[in-house]
Design a protein around this ligand. Structure first.
Ligand code: ATP
Length: 262
């Protein structure tokens, strides 16, 4: 059986800051409908990788392919327009605005487009927001409430619903539950499982191995500025992943056709 064209493929991506080799020759792929995790110790190169594939920075060399075609991201907006939605830890939400205004932040629907004097179509934004939240399984009692009154978990859910509503290709979640309690974490994880059922490809950066094993199909291990290995979740274990992260396990010892790409 032939492998489908990856939604995202990364070939030999490299980023050095002067003498600091933040990322060297990174190889990565995300298949249609796949959920993947990026793991690694502090300083392993995960954030650098994410900045490159979301257009926040440009690589020194290497290629980014979306659905098999080479792309160049000049900016985060560029990556977004080409189909990559990212939910950063900061969430990029405006606390004083209500839910529809946040969902359409920077992508407002207008009734009359007169440049700076455009008239917003609040009704359309409200209706589309309600549909996006409902499809993603996010329950918000009062959409006209500003985000200031909402919990961290609710805000995270709004940010994920927005990403899911606009993502043409894939979603990237950067430590989505790092700041959340147990119940809110469980809620956000349910939302992420819903995205899997809808076939939306996703990359999650997480230090929480329990979460990673619960949510994703494949785990990519970063170590000292390189992607050293990827493992199918069902064919590995938390102990093995920790061994790869720390260097106690040599990825070459795991090489096998179906289970790993190293
Ligand atoms: N703008 C920069 N200038 C110089 N060095 C940088 C820069 N950004 C990252 N680095 C270095 O590149 C290496 C990889 O950093 P990166 O932040 O990508 O790691 P990380 O895996 O995301 O770590 P963490 O889990 O702590 O966020 C580190 O040595 C870091 O100090």
């Amino acid at each position: 059986m032939s492998t489908p064209t990856p939604v995202l493929e990364i070939q030999k991506l490299t980023k050095h800051y002067g003498g600091v080799k933040a990322l060297t020759d990174a190889q990565f792929r995300l298949l249609p409908g796949e959920h993947a995790a990026i793991v690694g110790d502090n300083g392993a190169g995960k954030s650098t990788f994410v900045r490159l594939i979301t257009g926040a920075e440009q690589p020194n060399s290497g290629d980014i392919l979306l659905d098999g075609g080479k792309v160049n991201f000049e900016s985060p907006l560029d990556a977004r327009e080409q189909g990559i939605e990212t939910v950063y830890q900061t969430l990029a939400l405006a606390e004083d605005l209500d839910v529809p205004a946040n969902i359409f932040l920077g992508r407002e629907i207008t009734r009359l487009n007169l440049g700076p004097l455009s008239i917003l179509n609040h009704k359309a934004m409200r209706e589309k927001s309600a549909a996006m939240l409902s499809t993603t399984g996010v329950k918000i009692q009062d959409m006209s409430e500003s985000l200031r009154g909402m919990s961290g978990g609710q805000r995270q859910c709004v940010a994920i619903a927005r990403a899911a509503g606009f993502a043409k290709k894939l979603i990237i979640l950067d430590e989505p539950t790092a700041a959340l309690g147990v119940q809110e974490t469980a809620r956000v994880e349910e939302i992420i499982k819903g995205l899997k059922q809808r076939g939306i490809p996703l990359i999650i950066i997480s230090h929480n191995l329990r979460q990673v094993f619960d949510l994703v199909d494949r785990i990519w291990v970063f170590r000292q500025g390189r992607i050293i290995c990827s493992r199918l979740t069902r064919e590995t274990s938390p102990e093995e992943i920790v061994g790869l992260i720390t260097g106690a396990i040599d990825p070459a010892s795991l090489r096998s056709e179906e289970a790993a790409t190293c």
